[in-house]
Design a binder for this molecule. Structure first.
Ligand SMILES: NC(=O)c1ccc[n+]([C@@H]2O[C@H](COP(=O)([O-])OP(=O)(O)OC[C@H]3O[C@@H](n4cnc5c(N)ncnc54)[C@H](OP(=O)(O)O)[C@@H]3O)[C@@H](O)[C@H]2O)c1
Length: 392
């Protein structure tokens, strides 16, 4: 029996690469797809795969799709996305949405006891404690798609977050290391970052990704979000998770063991590798990537993060340590700031500045429910929009 797979965000960078993996496998059957606005591509994907149900979060895109596509049903709005998850009968949901919009579907899938392949790191940044507790309560597996976390998952051999039961015996891993390419502005000083453009920020040196994560990589906020993601996935305290700049993106993650040995996960930067791992877990399948040729690569470089020029990593560490609603505020403020930067309403250095303002103004409140997170998200967006406007 093939594994029944629901892909949320199938029109994006991760979504389309996931469909490439699906096209190479008889073990995966797609039972549902979703997008925000890209209705034409979504309908094309559904028709090709014989999928009968899709969701489009944008109402007018959903209306256009319903007019044009008579072979299936189109759900709409955030509720439509949840209905798609709950009614899918899926064995595995791939959450490849971007931003905190991914939290609702993450919660729905885990609450239904459906295994989750998680690309949407924002779900864990915003609601880490509650999401991890939900996975543990229902027994649903949380399998990371992010390349660094996929690397750590493979190195640690974790079965279900956050309890280590797999290949590396619990207690033997001392520290986790996440690598960062450094993005397009690696080596830039604060002065040089002052006038960088959107077009420059969108050219990533090693990975081809959606616009939001590409800007997050340029500010290094992406590594901050990944730090929080790693904490919730693997249950390591923040002072045991390190970050190092590694421009070639060949080593994706490393664990240091209690006896001083270090295990690294290596490979060319191609997201189809961690996507295939997550979709087929615990099996492994062939992925058409070249075998690693270290002699051809010649040299691997490493450097500490310049936290003065790239303030977002420290902002994320501080919000992570504060806990409560602070990571949710950090994430919402970042989404607003990145959007403002992409629409040329905020300079590159303004991103960290307005996030800092939102964190200073809103601080951290305890989180007892998902509603507290939705309130904090809304408030952080309001405060950050005001901070952006004040700088215009
Ligand atoms: N791309 C990578 O290589 C990569 C690597 C590691 C982790 N990730 C993580 O994976 C996630 C997806 O990244 P991506 O680069 O694939 O993003 P992307 O290319 O922008 O695609 C996002 C997908 O989500 C849909 N979407 C966007 N906003 C939505 C909303 N509010 N409600 C419902 N659907 C929405 C988009 O639909 P439309 O096409 O209609 O806009 C699209 O299908 C992010 O959390 C990112 O951090 C990505």
């Amino acid at each position: 029996m093939p594994k029944r797979l629901l892909i949320l965000g199938s029109t994006g960078s991760i979504g389309t690469q996931a469909l490439d993996i699906v096209s190479r496998s008889a073990e995966l059957e797609v039972v549902g797809l979703s997008a925000a606005n890209s209705w034409e591509l979504l309908v094309e994907q559904a028709s090709t795969l014989g999928v009968g149900r899709v969701a489009l979060s944008d109402a007018s895109a959903a209306a256009r799709a319903s007019e044009q596509w008579i072979d299936g049903e189109v759900l709409t709005g955030p509720e439509g996305l949840i209905e798609l998850v709950v009614s899918s009968g899926a064995d595995l949901v791939l959450n490849a949405l971007v931003g905190s919009a991914g939290l609702g579907p993450t919660v729905s899938a885990l609450a239904e006891g459906i295994d989750l392949a998680l690309a949407n790191k924002e779900s864990l940044v915003v609601g880490g404690e509650l999401v991890a507790a939900l996975a543990e309560a229902t027994g649903a597996r949380l399998i990371p798609v992010d390349s660094e976390h996929s690397a750590l998952h493979q190195l640690i051999g974790i079965e279900a977050a956050p309890v280590a039961t797999g290949a590396t015996r619990a207690g033997t891993v001392d520290r986790l290391l996440l690598t960062a390419s450094g993005g397009p502005f690696r080596g830039h000083t604060v002065e040089q970052l002052r006038d960088v453009t959107v077009a420059q920020a969108l050219v990533h040196p090693t990975w081809s990704m959606g616009a939001k994560i590409t800007v997050d990589s340029a500010t290094l906020m992406n590594k901050g979000l990944e730090l929080i993601e790693a904490h919730h996935l693997f249950g390591f305290s923040y002072d045991r998770i390190d970050v190092v700049v590694h421009p070639q993106s060949i080593i994706h993650g490393m664990v240091t063991l209690c006896d001083g040995a270090a295990l690294a996960h290596m490979g060319y930067p191609d997201m189809r590798v961690p996507i295939a791992y997550a979709l087929h877990y615990p099996d492994r399948v062939d992925v058409p990537v070249p075998a690693l040729d270290l002699a051809a690569i010649g040299q691997l470089d490493f450097a500490p993060v310049d936290t003065q020029a790239f303030a977002c990593l420290d902002l994320a560490r501080a919000a992570a340590r504060a806990g409560g609603t602070a990571p949710c505020v950090l994430n919402a403020a970042n989404e607003v700031a990145v959007h403002a930067f992409l629409s040329e309403r905020l300079p590159f250095l303004g991103i960290a500045a307005v996030i800092q303002e939102a964190l200073d103004e809103l601080g951290s409140q305890p989180v007892h429910s998902f509603d507290a997170l939705y309130d904090a998200d809304r408030e952080a967006r309001r405060v950050t929009e005001e901070a952006v406007l004040a700088r215009a």
